[in-house]
Design a protein around this ligand. Structure first.
Ligand SMILES: [Zn+2]
Length: 269
């Protein structure tokens, strides 16, 4: 009799604990801003695939979009390789980067990059974090990343470099794994479209998914071309501030063209 009684007590205790935990979780999870337009979700899936297709992300890296129904929410895939993302993998987060409805799905460790940038920058509607290979040398050397041609004119005005050791005051695992580091990164980014992260990668922002994807692709391209130009030796002539401003105004208006091409190619795979 005794073991049965104990067994029942343990069962009832366990069930109660589970109920309490479920209630606590339900209370602490932020409320949803409601379903987002399916075409935006499709664009977010496409953005993941395009970034992989264009060599900006590999098994790592992530892209998010601010929720159109509530500026305090954003949408991003669960933790997985961007190339494999589908609409069913998209999760909703608040700006503390807490998942609205995790349902057992794991989140990217560095999601705080997104939440803290959305909090700091009302103009930002989409964020990419990547380890774009050609960009890495410019985050660890004394050579600044500068606009080499019209396609990357948005780099005019300077590309800040985030040093996580300076921000945290100590050695870290290099990951932006908490809100304080996310805030420090957002502060380094300031009003700029791109910031490099020393010994890690970059963060790119924009007012739409097509623009943030465009900027991510051409930041990688510029870094590759700049290294080639520097390797030729002799002085390199970059776009000056006025050229960058003018080129950004005209090239920035043509983004739907490459976006449609990239999307078609990436989704055909
Ligand atoms: Zn990273």
């Amino acid at each position: 009799m005794r073991p049965t009684t104990l067994g029942r007590r343990a069962f009832v205790g366990g069930a109660l604990a589970a109920l309490v935990t479920a209630r606590a979780l339900a209370q602490s999870a932020p409320a949803s801003a409601g379903p987002a337009d399916p075409t935006l979700i499709d664009d977010l899936v496409a953005a993941n695939r395009i970034l992989a297709d264009q060599g900006v992300v590999d098994g790592y890296g992530h892209v998010s979009v601010r929720h159109p129904g509530d500026p305090q929410r954003y949408l991003m895939s669960r933790s997985m390789a961007p190339e494999l993302v589908t609409a069913a993998d998209v999760m909703e987060y608040d700006l503390d980067s807490s998942a609205v409805d995790a349902r057992g799905r794991t989140s990217y460790l560095e999601r705080f990059i997104h939440g803290e940038i959305y909090r700091a920058r009302a103009d930002v509607k989409a964020v990419v974090h990547n380890h774009s290979p050609s960009v890495i040398p410019f985050g660890v050397s004394t050579v600044p990343l500068r606009p080499l041609y019209h396609m990357s004119a948005f780099l005019g005005g300077g590309v800040p470099v985030f040093d996580i050791k300076v921000a945290s005051g100590q050695a870290t695992d290099m990951l932006v794994r908490d809100p304080a580091l996310g805030r420090a990164l957002a502060q380094t980014l300031g009003a700029r479209p791109v910031a490099l992260m020393r010994g890690h990668g970059a963060v790119v922002v924009g007012d739409s998914l097509p623009r943030v994807v465009f900027r991510s692709v051409y930041t990688e391209m510029n870094a590759r071309l700049q290294a080639q130009a520097l390797a030729l030796g002799g002085p390199v002539t970059y776009l000056d501030d006025e050229e960058a401003r003018r080129a950004e105004a005209s090239v920035g208006g043509t983004i739907p063209r490459p976006w449609e091409l990239w999307k078609k190619k990436a989704l055909a795979r």
